[in-house]
Design a protein around this ligand. Sequence first.
Ligand code: NDP
Length: 444
Amino acid sequence: MDVRSDAVVLFGVTGDLVSKKLFPALYELTRRGRVPATVIGFARSPWDQQQLVTAARKSVTEAGIDVDEDVFEDLAGRLSMISGDYADPETYARLADALAGAERPLFYFAIPPAVFDAVVEGLKGAGLADRGRVVVEKPFGHDLASSHELAATLRGAFAPERTFRIDHYLGKEPVEGITLFRFANAVFEPLWNREHIASVQVTVAEKFSTQGRAGFYDKVGATRDVLQNHILQVVALLAMEEPADDTQEAFQAAEAAVLRQAAALSPETTVRGQYEGYRDEPGVATGSQTETFVATRLTVDNERWAGVPFYLRTGKSMPVTSTEVVVEFKGAKPGTGNLLRFQLGKKDGISLTVQVKRPGADVTAQTVSLAVDFDDVLEPRREAYERLLDDAMDGEHLRFAREQAIEQEWRIVEPILDLESGVLAYPQGSWGPDEADALAGGWA
Ligand code: NDP
């Protein structure tokens, strides 16, 4: 294994991602003695060290962490700030001075993609790219062509083994657990195919709306924000063949292979929705056709899955926040198929519906659920960002998104990107337009 990163630089330290996810992750890593001596915040905003520490405390508190003062002071003592223009070589000269003793700094791009090129150039110019690791966030580009451009930009500065693409779903314990569940429970593997599975459904629902970020969201939409990355990533784990061995390469090959066999999505079998009131939010274009909800049908053309629909949906202003997979097995009679449900969100667990005898004189069936709540049976799970930041500092790639997979994901969604009409209104707090129910014949 390569050396562990001995410094972290957070580009865009004043932003939403650092506040919501990275400071809490750094706090937890500090508690476990996994944070390097140097953590540098980098931004245009003229913050001083005290403002940086105050922001870190606020975000750790807002994450619901019961702050241990010794741990926080330990983290605060490692923080420092560099303010300046992202395109100015002088800013990077100061950064290079601050990193003079660091052998393998980790550069975390918590910045809008529009700034990536400037930062890559700045790091190259200061001689920092040669020895650093880089972490970039989804979305990886805006479409297939721009994802290639991004890949080329990164490749021009950082070696592939020092480039980390975060799809934080891969850092979630229950998502990672899908493949283990499939391949470690021999009872399911013989049934995991078109003979026995009627459909697979994946839902990523967010109860909240754009949370004041409609200006940003209007250029993105639900397909790019969630379907292209998180949902297709989950599909790959559900549908892939068992890797040939337990190496990272075999895993990635199996994952890319199944994505290659997935057909590109069709506008005919896609429902795009927009919650009522969205167009009145600041930053949303007049008459915007951006979808805040998308439901679609994916097919995977291989021996295992031919003819099995994968129904996928995600949206904002839904009735609940939840991430769920439902594998619907074929039943002896209509409506009696067993449902295997993976809950992949904060409340994680697995359940399986089965038929039992309804009490009484007649022998008739009643559906009940065999359910396990992971909170009851497993040790606490670490947050995805904490795990991923830790892995990236170790140079460990297994839980990061792969270039070949990302490329396939863009190919799959390309036909439903940027459609100029057809977005259907839905009431806030509903499950999207009725047409989405019709598409899947009802969601389990
Ligand atoms: P923000 O919009 O909050 O921007 C982060 C910081 O970037 C800003 O505080 C700003 O700091 C700096 N910045 C530099 N140039 C610009 C510019 N031209 N426009 C706006 N800001 C600029 O981004 P997020 O923190 O939300 O996201 C960062 C990255 O992570 C993005 O690539 C995003 O796609 C990705 N991401 C974010 C998630 C989230 O939950 N927020 C989830 C998943 C991915 P300053 O002006 O001080 O330099």
